[in-house]
Design a protein. Structure first.
Length: 211
């Protein structure tokens, strides 16, 4: 038993060091490397956008891309998480078929579900700023709160544009674009916060305000 506990401690120490040095490297990486990481997360968002299913009575599907959005802010940090989603939106707008359902083009970006894509950028920027600025935000509970807030930002953008495109009132738009997804979104936030708190280091690696 002591040998097993010792091996577990050694394994955790190696894992803790690995995640610290990755984030330290990411913080100190060149602009080119950071852009490459952002493009990688844009690709991941596009791949997970194809994981989708529809609920009755709403034109908005449930997709897997929200996981990539939430984690992009945590993994890439300030600005570059948001850049990854800006690249996802921009390249999709010019025709790259990686929006939901293998679609691309401005008609998608400014269509019924396009507001959620704009929300991706804002949510990733906010999450990245907190995750990079405050060590305390990397715990499971703070990260869950941050993920829920990020999802709320996405929904806010999505419902606003849905209302404009469909010409529905805010109440109807909330019924179509927010209420059907509450429990699914809470589940997404739980998974994303568990992953995020597991991969982020519990000590400063950059210019944290509370280090």
């Amino acid at each position: 038993m002591p040998e097993i506990l010792g091996e577990l401690r050694n394994a955790y120490t190696k894992y803790d060091s690995a995640r610290y040095y990755f984030f330290r490297w990411r913080f100190e990486a060149s602009f080119e490397n950071k852009v490459a990481l952002a493009l990688g997360f844009a690709c991941l968002t596009g791949i997970l956008a194809q994981v989708r299913f529809y609920l009755p009575y709403t034109p908005v599907p449930v997709t897997g891309q929200v996981f990539a959005v939430l984690l992009s802010g945590v993994i890439l940090g300030k600005f570059y998480g948001g850049l990854s989603q800006f690249l996802y939106a921009g390249l999709g707008a010019v025709g790259l078929p990686w929006f939901n359902g293998g679609k691309g083009g401005l008609d998608v970006l400014f269509g019924v579900t396009g507001g959620y894509i704009f929300g991706f950028i804002a949510a990733s920027l906010i999450i990245g700023w907190f995750a990079d600025s405050y060590i305390r935000s990397r715990g499971l509970v703070p990260m869950f709160i941050l993920m829920v807030f990020g999802i709320g930002v996405i929904i806010l953008f999505g419902v606003a544009q849905l209302s404009l495109v469909l010409g529905t009132g805010m109440q109807k738009s909330i019924e179509l674009g927010a209420l059907p997804f509450i429990w699914v979104d809470i589940y997404k936030a739980l998974i994303a916060s568990a992953l995020a708190s597991a991969v982020t280091p519990g000590k400063g690696f950059g210019q944290e305000l509370d280090s």
